[in-house]
Design a protein around this ligand. Structure first.
Ligand SMILES: NC(=O)c1ccc[n+]([C@@H]2O[C@H](COP(=O)([O-])OP(=O)(O)OC[C@H]3O[C@@H](n4cnc5c(N)ncnc54)[C@H](OP(=O)(O)O)[C@@H]3O)[C@@H](O)[C@H]2O)c1
Length: 279
C-alpha cells in the first residue's frame, strides 16, 4: 500500500539504526530498514511482525553504488516517494595516524562520508520532485571535537558536518530539510565492533600506552552511560526532528562535551580532554 510517509534508515541491523527504524514504523512511517547483511534481519523482522508494524527490510551497503541504486529504486517503484532518509551507517577506526594506512583512512571515509553522499544523490531527485523531505545525518560529538587516536573517525564526521551544513542551503528551496544529529556516548556495539591497525595493538608500538588509555576511557564511558543513554534516546530525538514543522539544523543527544567545547578556550579544553584520557 502506498503511503505519504515513507522512511529509509541505513545501518538498521543494530544500535541507533535498529531503534530508529522501529520507532519510525511505530509512528506510522512506512519504513525501509536497510542493512548490508540481510542475515542480521531476523530480530527486527520478528519485532515488526509481532507488533504488526509497517516495516520491511531491504539490502543496502552504503559503500556499493549498485546496492544503493537498487534499494532506492525499489522504494521509488513501490512507494513513488521517500519522505525521510536517515543516514546512520558508520563505524569507528581507532589508531595513530603514523600507523594507519591511506587505505584504512579511505575506507573510513567511504562508509562514514562518501556512503552518505552516494545515498543523498539518489534520494534528492525523488524529494525534489515531491517538493519535500527530511534528510537526517547521524554525526557525533566527534563531528565537533578532535580526540586522540580518533583522527579518521573525527575527520569523517567533521566532513559530514560541513557537507550537511552546506547542502542544507541548496535544498531548502525545494522544501527539503537537512538535520544533523550529534550523539555523545550511546550504548551500542560501535566501540566493540570498531577496528584498529594491528601495529597499534603491539605492546612494542610507541603508541601502545596511549592506545590503552584511549580504549580504557571509551570502555569506562560506555559502562557509565549504559543505563542513561540507550539508542532509543537518539531515535526519539530523530523522530522529534522529523515530525517538527521547522526542525533545528543540529540536535545533540546523550552525554556530550560539545557545550564545553563551545564555552572553553582551546588551551583549557585540551587540558580537560588530556585529563579525561589520563594523558
Ligand atoms: N554509539 C555511540 O556512542 C555513537 C555516538 C555518536 C555517533 N554515533 C553514530 O551512530 C551511527 C550508528 O552507530 P551505532 O552506535 O548504532 O553502532 P552500531 O550498533 O555498530 O551500528 C552501526 C551500523 O552501521 C552499519 N554499517 C557499517 N558499515 C556499513 C555499510 N558499509 N553499509 C551499511 N551499513 C553499514 C552496521 O552494519 P553491520 O551490522 O553489518 O556491521 C550497523 O548496522 C554511526 O554513524 C555512529 O558513528 C554513535
Amino acid at each position: 500500500m502506498k503511503s505519504r510517509n515513507v522512511a529509509l534508515v541505513t545501518g538498521s541491523s543494530s544500535g541507533i539504526g535498529f531503534e530508529t527504524a522501529l520507532q519510525l514504523a511505530r509512528s506510522g512511517f512506512n519504513t525501509y530498514a536497510s542493512m548490508r547483511n540481510l542475515e542480521k534481519s531476523k530480530n527486527i523482522t520478528e519485532i515488526a511482525n509481532r507488533e504488526n508494524l509497517p516495516l520491511q527490510v531491504v539490502q543496502l551497503d552504503v559503500n556499493n553504488d549498485r546496492s544503493v541504486k537498487e534499494a532506492i529504486g525499489r522504494i521509488e517503484q513501490e512507494q513513488e516517494r521517500l519522505d525521510v532518509l536517515v543516514n546512520n551507517a558508520g563505524y569507528v577506526l581507532l589508531g595513530p595516524i603514523e600507523q594507519l594506512s591511506i587505505k584504512e583512512f579511505k575506507e573510513q571515509f567511504e562508509t562514514n562520508f562518501f556512503g552518505v553522499i552516494r545515498i543523498i544523490k539518489e534520494v534528492l531527485p525523488i524529494m525534489r520532485r515531491q517538493r519535500g523531505g527530511t534528510i537526517v545525518n547521524i554525526s557525533s560529538s566527534a563531528g565537533r571535537i578532535g580526540l586522540p587516536l580518533n583522527s579518521p573517525y573525527v575527520a569523517s564526521k567533521f566532513a559530514l558536518e560541513g557537507l550537511s551544513e552546506s547542502i542544507a542551503y541548496e535544498v531548502e528551496q525545494f522544501g527539503i530539510r537537512v538535520v544533523i544529529i550529534e550523539p555523545g556516548f550511546i550504548r551500542t556495539n560501535l566501540i566493540n565492533s570498531g577496528t584498529s591497525p594491528k601495529k597499534a595493538l603491539d605492546p612494542k608500538s610507541p603508541y601502545f600506552s596511549l592506545m590503552q588509555k584511549v580504549e580504557n576511557h571509551f570502555k569506562s564511558m560506555m559502562e557509565n552511560v549504559s543505563s542513561s543513554s540507550p539508542p532509543e534516546e537518539v531515535a526519539k530525538v530523530i523522530l522529534q526532528a522529523v515530525r517538527s514543522e521547522n526542525p533545528e539544523l543540529r540536535y545533540t543527544v546523550g552525554t556530550t562535551i560539545i557545550q564545553a567545547r563551545m564555552n572553553m578556550p582551546d588551551r583549557e579544553f585540551r587540558k580537560m580532554i588530556m585529563q579525561n584520557f589520563s594523558m
